[in-house]
Design a protein around this ligand. Structure first.
Ligand code: DAK
Length: 260
């Protein structure tokens, strides 16, 4: 797999994915989106990876948005193509069958904030800044921002942020529920690894099914959602991990999940 703008590293059961265009503040051009698609394909088929940390190279930015210099002269048709590519990759990330933690050092703007929102969990450094500046550029947030932001922070706050293009600091992002945790910049990756390791210590198929139940259940009404939950709950009982997890509890010993 030849990647131009992304670094993929694997540390045991953890994958670290770094968007690596620091000179352009890791802005997402189509080359980078295609790289990310390849990385996701690789991670989908790697049964040894149980959790992913997604971050941006350098301290200044997670991702400063879609690449404005590439988008500036797009025709309607090319704009549609760019949007379809971005949406395909973001959805693939959201549906990846293992949790993804975004580790956000600095700017997460436009497509960068949307990329973070397509992850399961967001950890921000104290220096992180968030905004959806698209309306000021003459476009709407097109990589899921109009859909994922209101789901995360509520409709009123999402409308305020999207209409005003206001940039908010990490503490405000924490207060409104856009991020899970704010930590000093120097401990950002350690904190992300520590949280990933807590996830990795649990039964991987159960974690995968939790993600599936939450993601699918959030899109439907409660009556349909509990059917999805019951299906995923049932699937756990065909796994070795369920037998091991419960047997270890009864026998008062440490659990020993498969492949660990
Ligand atoms: N695209 C391309 N290059 C960017 C960039 C971006 N989004 N952000 C920064 N850069 C580049 C700058 O041009 C500069 O390059 P050089 O001049 O050095 O070659 C370099 O990164 C450093 O940036 P600055 O010199 O501007 O650094 P400052 O510290 O002064 O300012 C900043 C940092 C983050 C406040 C500023 O760079 C900034 O405002 N950047 C733009 C942020 C922004 O507006 N982002 C949102 C982009 S719009 C779609 C779906 C989704 C989208 C589009 C279409 N469809 C469905 C079709 C998404 C849209 C967006 O994300």
């Amino acid at each position: 797999m030849e990647l131009k703008n992304i670094i993929l590293e694997k540390e045991g059961n953890l994958a670290i994915v770094t968007i690596n265009r620091p000179k352009a503040l890791n802005a997402l051009n189509s080359e980078t989106l295609k790289d990310l698609d390849l990385v996701l394909e690789n991670l989908e088929s790697d049964k040894n990876i149980y959790c992913v940390v997604l971050t941006g190279a350098g301290e200044k930015a997670f991702v400063a948005g879609a690449d404005i210099s590439e988008m500036k002269d797009l025709s309607e048709e090319e704009g549609k193509e760019f949007g379809l590519l971005g949406n395909k990759v973001f959805r693939r990330l959201e549906k990846l069958d293992k949790p993804v933690i975004a580790a956000i050092s600095g700017f997460a703007l436009g497509g960068g904030c949307e990329l973070a929102m397509a992850c399961d969990i967001r950890i921000a450094s104290e220096r992180a800044r968030f905004a959806q500046p698209e309306a000021g550029l003459g476009i709407t947030p097109g990589f899921g921002g109009t859909q994922r932001l209101p789901r995360l922070v509520g409709e009123g706050k999402a409308k305020e942020l999207i209409y005003t293009c206001a940039m908010i600091k990490a503490d405000e992002a924490l207060r409104i529920g856009l991020v899970n945790k704010v930590v000093p910049l120097e401990s950002l990756m350690d904190e992300a690894r520590a949280m990933a390791n807590l996830i990795i210590a649990n039964a991987p198929i159960a974690v995968k099914l939790c993600k599936d139940a939450i993601n699918r259940g959030m899109q439907v009404d409660m009556d349909s959602a509990i059917v999805i939950e019951a299906e995923d709950f049932g699937k756990c009982f065909s796994t070795e991990d369920q037998k091991e997890g419960m047997t270890a509890f009864i026998e008062k010993r440490n659990k020993n999940f498969l492949n660990k």
